[in-house]
Design a protein around this ligand. Sequence first.
Ligand code: GLT
Ligand code: MN
Ligand code: MN
Length: 391
Amino acid sequence: MARKDPFAPDPKMRFTFGLWTVGNPGRDPFGEPVRDRIEPWQIADLLGEVGAYGVNFHDNDLISIDATPNQAADIKRQFRKALRDNGLKVPMATTNLFSDPVFKDGAFTSNDAKVRAYAIQKTMRGMDLGAEFGAKIYVFWGGREGSESDATKDPVESIKRTREAMNFLCEYSMSQKYGYRFALEAKPNEPRGHIFNAVTGNMLAFIATLDHPGMVGVNPEVAHEHMAGLNFVHQVAAALDAGKLFHIDLNDQEFGRYDQDFRFGSVNLKHAFFLVKLLEDSRYNGSRHFDAHAYRQSNHADVKAFARGCMRTYMILKEKAERWNRDRSIQSLVHQINRHDRATATLTRNFTKTNARKLHSTVFDRRKLARQPLPYEKLDQLTMDLIMGVR
Ligand code: GLT
Ligand code: MN
Ligand code: MN
């Protein structure tokens, strides 16, 4: 009997893909689609075949914006059957508020009150659709919520408009008893010159200003923070610390480029390793969603290789992270560099007048402290050996 593949996708990891990811036909700003469009039910078959846990969608990935009610009913029937046949869940849904020309200057932040209202209405309907398929996370990516020139839109007013929309939609979810948790996804630019709330940190600050902050968290994406030159692992850490990591978009990206949405782990293996380690160490239990697509050169068979690759890389890095946590030499270095001192820690844990007085008069040997060894080169190389597979 063949040995079980230790890196086969584990359903406990909740690996998901969007209809728009494996269904991406390979169109770019300079070229036409290179792959035939496949129907939502065919995408579900593909994801079932590669062993994904679930599939997510924008309203119009499933049902085109001009579909008649009868067409919509047919599509839903077919899709529901494909989900059942392939044992797939729909953990997340979202709204396309960026493709149609009506959103050319934004949706929730459009300068036109009617467009803003239409965007909220479209989101309500998208939420109805997601709820029909059991989605519990609702993502908001405001691709068009920005400007090219600050002459055209008031940035403070734009944040207020976004808040108004979010508050309205939180109430809508509650009134319908959908039980959604909202996940806000930041991106610094593209397709707009500048997008408001550009990084996950902005989103975290914005959430605190909402009427129902408890039901709103973030959906950070590797590529988006890397476009801004940021350390994605640190952005995710901030979200985890705030209890706001509701969802995550995994992919990969060269720094300083356009939004590449490459296969997870295909560019920066070291960042990917520390990301997986962070998610696993913190026992993140939401979806691990791959918001990526295959190279434009790929055909449909190669798209499957792409999807399998995303999950396989995650599973391999998870095993490496466990190994890092068990590795005697690595752990003894980790122990060595974290110099604990109970008496001092007690002094600074809480402010009391006594603690402050004691701390104020403590004598520190600054030169001795500065000479304490920090063998970070050694630790990092052991990590690299482990990632590269020779340890
Ligand atoms: C779009 C975008 C992604 C978002 C999706 C959700 S759509 O592909 O590039 O980052 O997560 O709206
Ligand atoms: Mn992206
Ligand atoms: Mn994304």
